[in-house]
Design a protein around this ligand. Sequence first.
Ligand SMILES: Cc1cc2nc3c(=O)[nH]c(=O)nc-3n(C[C@H](O)[C@H](O)[C@H](O)COP(=O)(O)O)c2cc1C
Length: 187
Amino acid sequence: MRTLLIVAHPRPGALIHAMAQRFARKVEQLGGELELVDLYRDGFDPVVRVDEYDGWRSQEVPEDVAAYQSRLKQAQNLVLAYPVWWATPPAIMQGWLQRVMTHGFAFSFGEKGAQGHLQLKAGLLVNVGSPDDTLAAEYLEPIQGVLKYCGVEDIRTCVNWGIYPGADGGKAKRALRMAEEFAVEFV
Ligand SMILES: Cc1cc2nc3c(=O)[nH]c(=O)nc-3n(C[C@H](O)[C@H](O)[C@H](O)COP(=O)(O)O)c2cc1C
């Protein structure tokens, strides 16, 4: 099984990057294939361009989008790793979803309305500053909704609450352990 792991955080030393590395290592140890994409390191441009917007039904996509779509086609799993920023993933990841999940690739409109095309299992590996886990629906459902719209039925989550810079080291250790345990679900 091949997993495409997309990470969004500007600071290479951030906890979510360490968690993504742990996740990746565990998947590989268990015999899975893993491709890690660091959107900041890629210099991904998250802004939908006017030609993309106007041509959304044409199925012609810019080169950078086509490259990510081809990597997605080779994967059976898609895992998004990010911190929650104002109840959503960082803009670079929102833009990745907005630009890469295009009509004709991720979904299309048929007789029965919108139909998702992604036959993937998905995972959300998420850090949240607040310790209040009753915010789960508010914070996660919009992204789960995007994936469901695109046909993904199996969406697993691993959410670490109360994670913020300077939080006690025990929380970081636990988050790393949880990332490793989460990896087992993708092999
Ligand atoms: C711009 C910004 C917005 C944030 N918004 C939220 C928020 O809406 N809710 C919340 O609980 N934490 C919020 N946080 C805190 C982050 O979720 C927290 O710092 C992060 O999970 C820490 O993980 P990391 O070390 O992997 O970055 C925000 C942080 C930043 C920088």
